[in-house]
Design a protein around this ligand. Sequence first.
Ligand SMILES: Cc1ncc(COP(=O)(O)O)c(C=O)c1O
Length: 344
Amino acid sequence: MAIPEVPVRREVRMEAGSTGAGPGPSQEALAAPPVYLDGRFVPAQEARISVFDHGLLYGDGVFEGIRFYNGRIFRLEEHVERLYTSAGAIGLSPPLSPGEMREAILDTAARSGLRAGYLRPLVTRGVGDLGLDPRKSRRPSVIILCAPLTVYESQRQRGIRAVIASVRRPPRVSLDPNVKSLNYLNNILAKSEANLRGVEEALLLDLEGNLAEASGENVFLVRGRTLLTPPAEVCLKGITRSVILELARGVYRAQERPIPAAEIFEADEIFLTGTGAEVVPVVEVEGERIGTGQPGPVTRDLMARYQEITHRSGTPIPYRIRWGDGEVTRDPPKPAPAGRASRG
Ligand SMILES: Cc1ncc(COP(=O)(O)O)c(C=O)c1O
């Protein structure tokens, strides 16, 4: 199905008083789309939060990573729902309703003027004192960042190499993996290990030694025409993971079950899934070739199906917004009906 082209207004203007001149901001920041910050849009290089925000001090907050393609936000409802589930799990009440959050995300995308890109809504605990107690933070902050799309096309075509990280995915009794919190240190340690060992990714095991996920993606093994993926008790219930399971229905068998680490090396194919990464083949783990050592046919098929669905569905971005005094008007105001214009 052909997607109608969405008209894009490129003349995104910054807030009054912002010339972008003066020392400091990098060219990158100057070029970055405006940032939604607690109800206002501000130029990226002027977007600031307090050093007393507990999101900074303790990683106390939650976030989402969302993508838009061809002027449409992919799986917006699911991302908003997961953001509120994550927030609820840590006793954080965003100052916006889910509907208002959805609108703020759409507006951020619209103001970027981009037709494809990445969105990052965050809810931080807000400003508190230097203690841990979240009750001291009275008002959570909402930030929504938008950035142009980074495409890992060559990695996707070639496939990537991975190691098994020495750090483990924390168990659910410590922190539910379905809380997408601002504290990603465990994942960063795994990624650093991959960097040190000269490969692109790290796979994390759970405490029992079963496969959990990658540093920022879910993982699938392919055996024949069966997809195997770890159960959501040990990993983030990725939205891309769910889409892949939907796409596989009726074409491949799929099992969500514990996967002992040894099974990794018996797979015909392995791939990772994530909003940012999309579907990425893994062709080597711990120096061992997976399957033929090339992206396999099932992975390629799902990559193509995923590409197709991301480009043909999603929530349209309302690009026709007006910018004035921090107010967002989606459509030009209607002229007053004739005869009533003189009143008031
Ligand atoms: C730890 C982790 N696992 C899995 C994923 C993939 O989730 P999704 O497909 O919803 O982007 C992410 C993405 O942010 C992640 O951080």
